[in-house]
Design a binder for this molecule. Structure first.
Ligand SMILES: Nc1ncnc2c1ncn2[C@@H]1O[C@H](COP(=O)(O)OP(=O)(O)OP(=O)(O)O)[C@@H](O)[C@H]1O
Length: 293
């Protein structure tokens, strides 16, 4: 275990931009302990391993063995094809593992939303296979590109409705969520009277109201102000389960994502870890400009 774990610890710590001291503070251990674990001179206790996995937001087996166990496969797409007037998806292969943080990138019209709709079940693929290891009904959360809000509802009613559909009964939790999303002053405001950014925040709140094993977000930060964008990426960092996000907002995604997938010419043209991109001294944006040329 020593070599792989030590390597994983160093990689994940650097990925999170944590010094040995700041990681030690989070774990309530001495900095020397982190140094020993990284040098392979001693191993952490199980309790520390679990805490480390939580801090890095990875599975224990990924932390210890460096591989994603096939048991953690959430969704597998094989040779997905979809045509409208012309072929859009020409054979998409993609595996999503638990705790994956995937940025799905691609030019306008490359088929990202189409792929999302197929995963959600809103659209049927012409051919191909979807191996679904979760139950869409209670394990898949979605924040679509367009707001799907009911204009005539007050904000509070909209939240209550989604909470009721998802069988969430804790009033305190619901109020906390509204507060976290800075929407408390608007609870009695009609959804139609909210600003574009407030609507996006509300949509995001609704999609995060229940825990999920897979969260799909289509251009989530469009229309959000800078403060909300900061809040959004920070919040997302603490969401459990896998997250796949379509985004063109390159400002903060280097900190958040673990994998980048490029949809180009109807296939997954690139599928690479953010670590690899960074080890070539590139940002995701620079990598994207290079490969999506
Ligand atoms: N229901 C539909 N009927 C006909 N054509 C469609 C339909 N949905 C999507 N398309 C076409 O499929 C292609 C891919 O569209 P899609 O919305 O999936 O792309 P996208 O990558 O999400 O784009 P964007 O980045 O602009 O949101 C486009 O050419 C679009 O016009």
């Amino acid at each position: 275990m020593k070599n792989i774990f030590s390597h994983q610890l160093i990689t994940l710590r650097r990925q999170k931009k944590l010094s040995q001291s700041s990681l030690a503070n989070k774990l309530y251990v001495a900095r020397q302990s982190i140094s020993k674990w990284e040098n392979g001179d001693s191993d952490p206790s199980i309790e520390n391993l679990i805490n480390l996995a939580e801090i890095f937001n990875v599975d224990l087996d990924y932390l210890v063995f460096g591989t994603n166990n096939a048991d953690n496969l959430v969704l597998k797409l094989s040779q997905i094809q979809k045509s409208f007037y012309q072929p859009v998806l020409k054979g998409v292969d993609l595996e999503i593992y638990s705790r994956d943080r995937i940025a799905l990138l691609g030019s306008n019209g490359s088929g990202k939303s189409t792929l999302f709709k197929i995963i959600i079940g809103l659209m049927k693929a012409d051919s191909g296979r979807i191996e679904n290891h979760i139950n869409n009904l209670d394990s898949l959360n979605v924040m679509p590109q367009d707001n799907v809000l009911i204009d005539s509802f007050k904000l509070n009613e909209q939240v209550q409705l989604t909470a009721a559909i998802n069988k969430i009964t804790s009033k305190t939790f619901i109020q906390d969520m509204i507060k976290k999303f800075s929407l408390t002053p608007y609870i009695n405001t009609n959804v139609s009277k909210l600003s574009g950014g407030q609507k996006r925040r509300l949509s995001l709140l609704l999609s995060l109201l229940r825990p999920s094993k897979l969260l799909l977000l289509d251009e989530p930060t469009v229309g959000m102000d800078l403060e909300t964008i900061d809040f959004f990426w920070n919040y997302l960092d603490h969401v459990s389960g896998s997250v796949v996000t379509v985004t063109h907002d390159f400002n903060q995604i280097d900190k958040f994502f673990s994998r980048v997938v490029l949809l180009k010419n109807g296939i997954i043209d690139q599928n690479v870890s953010v670590d690899t991109i960074h080890s070539h001294n590139q940002t995701i944006e620079q990598w994207y400009r290079h490969f999506n040329d």
